[in-house]
Design a protein around this ligand. Structure first.
Ligand SMILES: [Zn+2]
Length: 491
């Protein structure tokens, strides 16, 4: 290579590196002029005692309604009346169907759309045989000073009680909202599929009364401390769920003659089914880094260490590379695509009988914008065997996507940022289902966010053994809801 060419290449790469270094240095969180939050009065001891008592009432839901002990829900309602006397006195309370609760705190103005805070009262049962694996009994609500233990401590009696504490405290302080404030607590979120269930009944009740909600806050997003050596230091990721994935259990079957296994045909139904499974596995849905995921990656990138920022400031150009890497991580992949979970297979009932029908059940989790119909079309296209029978066993469509420029989102964002400069707020897609999307007919601004700071390990203990809430996260959550209600219920 000629010297001049060599030097000009070297010079150009040097200039590019310098430009990149400047860009990376400037790739930082936007500086916002946010004043620190004034202290918020919260009686943490009392709040923790209330949460312990709430956990000790086993409001367990089951898909079979006859299995549900509704007397526990009556006990739970009586407990709420006792623990929150001002709420009992000043809010209108209705119980619809068996145990769904609607509280309405009348605002000064009836011309403004109300805000709503959602929770579910029910919890999942304790898996049989695991009762003794718990450090403290699952319905003890035991508080050891560091954690409050028990079913519902994270999902989501913590959230429900924090909301109640906030309303009770605001009432005691003489606060009067401009807008009506609704507290909507369903009875069966853990087992309902939105088309039936408590949330639907509550929504229909509001709709029949001509009520349109300004905004909703429900479970789903979280405050997750992130601390990865050399990547990001002592930050907390506040993910606000702006959408949630859909759910469909689809059974795909193949019929055959059956008969005695001593004279098997060339291909039995099970062999044909294996081809169907391979086709489904080979043709996954397309993965995309959507705008919200990109927002989240960029926000985290801006808060990372300098070497990571060097990469992160070039994210749009690195998108294909990043997509390929993320597809290898199941959690990251599930944020990018409709997932295909092949879960159940069945053939004949005995070893010496050829199956007359072989079937596979596939659990699809759909991205917003992908319907159950789209999934069925996808199956028909990618499975080569056109003799298959498709049967949708259970479904819940993906939610709409709530805007990030609505007042309620901005309030959540601002409160998190004001609470600590280390909080990174970003919109996110919720992978599990919540009651929130049931309210779409009466509300466009639906946000899924639980203001409890806890690490991923503790979040994963919801529905599992040793579900427990860090005591330190409870006071700030009550304070968050007090501030949120004050701001969101204003004009
Ligand atoms: Zn829940």
């Amino acid at each position: 290579m000629k010297k001049a060419v060599k030097y000009s290449i070297l010079g150009a790469s040097g200039a590019l590196a310098a430009i990149n270094a400047v860009r990376a240095a400037a790739f930082k969180p936007e500086k916002k002029d946010l004043c620190a939050l004034p202290a918020e009065a919260v009686d943490v001891e009392k709040a923790c005692a209330h949460l312990s008592e709430a956990i000790s009432i086993p409001t367990v839901s089951y898909p079979e309604k006859e299995k549900v002990d509704f007397s526990q829900f009556d006990r739970f309602h009586a407990f709420l009346d006792d623990a929150f006397p001002l709420v009992r006195e000043r809010l209108e309370k209705e119980i619809i169907e068996e145990a769904n609760l609607i509280y309405c705190w009348k605002g000064k103005r009836s011309d403004l759309d109300p805000i709503a805070l959602l929770s579910h009262q029910d919890v999942v049962p304790i898996s049989e045989g695991t009762e003794n694996d718990w450090t403290h009994a699952p319905f003890s609500g035991f508080n050891d000073g560091e954690f409050i233990w028990g079913r519902g401590a994270v999902d989501m009696k913590n959230h429900l009680i924090a909301v109640m504490e906030a309303v009770e405290a605001l009432l005691a302080e003489g606060f009067a909202p401009e807008r009506d404030v609704y507290l909507l607590f369903g009875q069966d979120e853990e087992v309902s599929m939105s088309e039936t269930g408590g949330a639907k009944s509550i929504m229909e009740t509001l709709k029949a009364r001509g009520i349109h909600l300004d905004s909703i806050i429900d479970e789903g997003g979280a405050m997750l401390p992130v601390n990865l050596k050399g990547v990001i230091r002592q930050k907390c990721l506040c993910g606000v769920g702006v959408a949630e994935k859909g759910y469909a259990d689809i059974e795909i079957s193949i019929s055959a003659k059956g008969g005695h296994s001593s004279q098997p045909p060339k291909h039995s139904a099970v062999v044909a089914l294996a081809d169907v499974i391979k086709d489904l596995d080979r043709h996954q849905f397309k993965a995309e880094i959507g705008p919200h995921l990109m927002d989240m990656i960029q926000n985290v990138g801006r808060n990372a260490t300098y070497p990571v920022r060097l990469l992160a400031c070039n994210l749009p150009a690195l998108k294909p590379l990043m997509k390929a890497a993320m597809k290898q991580i199941p959690l990251a992949a599930s944020m990018m695509r409709t997932t295909t979970g092949i879960t159940m297979v069945s053939g004949s009932p005995a070893a010496n009988v050829l199956p007359q029908k072989a079937s596979v059940t596939v659990n699809f989790r759909m991205m917003p914008g992908v319907s159950t119909e789209d999934v069925i079309r996808h199956i028909r296209t990618c499975v080569r065997n056109k003799e298959i029978e498709i049967n949708c066993l259970k479904k819940k469509e993906a939610s709409a996507v709530s805007p990030t420029d609505a007042k309620a989102y901005r309030i959540i964002e601002e409160l998190c940022q004001q609470e600590s400069g280390d909080n990174i707020v970003a919109p996110m897609l919720v992978i599990a289902g919540t009651d929130a999307c049931t309210y779409e007919p009466v509300c466009e601004n639906i946000y899924r966010f639980s203001p409890f700071r806890m690490d991923a390990g503790l979040l994963l203990c919801a529905h599992a053994t040793n579900e427990r809430l860090p005591v330190a996260s409870f006071g700030p959550a009550v304070a968050f809801f007090k501030r949120y209600i004050r701001k969101a219920s204003a004009e």
